[in-house]
Design a protein around this ligand. Structure first.
Ligand code: BGO
Length: 258
């Protein structure tokens, strides 16, 4: 059995894709202990593939029950592969979640959904370059036209590589040090410690928290910024570079009238 987890921002087309992939083979319930809907199902074309739908979310902070459920699932019962649904018409915002998901160290495939709308918006996305920049396979999909979805599942079932993103050396050094303190190579946990995430820190000893505080303080000083802004800026800087490399304006200055 292969488990594929569907993740994406709200309105990325995740429900449409889940319904097309699973058809009537769906189970609906709640996530344990919370009133957040849990939907899973089997892939219509191969019952050995389980599709787990996760709540639509922008971040994994957790500021909401949906974020908490998603984060808990990814840490405690990681799927074989993530199928991250990204809205091609909202690339920057979508990639912000993608970068956070990559921190979990789970193999990942991107479905560049709403790809039927990018030309209308006067944009062309170079999928090869985008895939190369992120180090993950990307398939252009359109849930509304039922395009690319089976291909996305086929690629997902064959994807075992884990992609790595590298930020500024000073931040990477701090994360490596935190990894040593918490005895974990899990980048998500390292970043959460760096950001001062209370849920993650509360699971550590006072001595570990103290050491982390020191590492963060030094990094904030050398990078002249506070810990949360350091992470946010690193992510947005990288996204800016990727978008500049991969997205071309093909509108020829014409106003978008649709
Ligand atoms: C409405 N292409 C296009 N063009 N639209 C898509 C695609 C795609 O690839 N995929 C999804 N949509 P959800 P989340 C709607 O409902 O699956 C559309 O939140 C409407 N509804 O049809 O719900 C999809 O689960 C009235 O649009 O996303 C849906 O991630 C007018 O994107 C919306 C216009 O999809 C969100 C659209 C009453």
């Amino acid at each position: 059995m292969t488990t594929i987890a569907l993740l994406g921002n709200p309105n990325s087309g995740k429900t449409s894709i889940f319904n097309i992939l699973t058809g009537a083979n769906q189970q609906v319930g709640n996530w344990p202990g919370v009133t957040v809907e849990r939907k899973s199902g089997h892939y219509k074309k191969d019952k050995k593939v389980e599709i787990q739908d996760l709540p639509g979310t922008y971040s994994l902070s957790p500021y909401s029950l949906e974020e908490e459920v998603t984060r808990h699932y990814l840490l405690q019962t990681p799927p074989d592969v993530l199928l991250n649904i990204i809205d091609a018409t909202n690339l920057e915002r979508s990639l912000y979640l993608t970068l956070q998901l990559m921190d979990f160290g789970i193999p990942m495939v991107l479905a560049l959904n709403m790809s039927d709308l990018t030309e209308r918006d006067g944009k062309k996305i170079d999928i090869e370059k985008l895939s190369y920049s992120l180090g993950v396979p990307i398939i252009a999909t359109s849930a509304i036209k039922n395009r690319g979805l089976n291909e996305a599942v086929n690629i997902a079932t064959k994807t075992h590589d884990i992609a790595h993103i590298e930020y500024d050396n000073r931040l990477e050094g701090a994360l490596a040090e935190i990894g040593k303190v918490i005895h974990s190579s899990n980048r998500f946990e390292q970043i959460k410690c760096f950001e001062g995430d209370t849920l993650t820190l509360s699971q550590l000893s006072h001595a570990q928290q103290f050491e982390i505080k020191d590492i963060v303080k030094i990094t904030e000083k050398v990078m002249s910024d506070d810990c949360e802004s350091i992470i946010v800026n690193e992510r947005y800087d990288l996204i800016g570079q990727i978008v500049q490399l991969c997205v071309t304006d093909i509108s020829n200055g014409k106003a978008n009238l649709t």
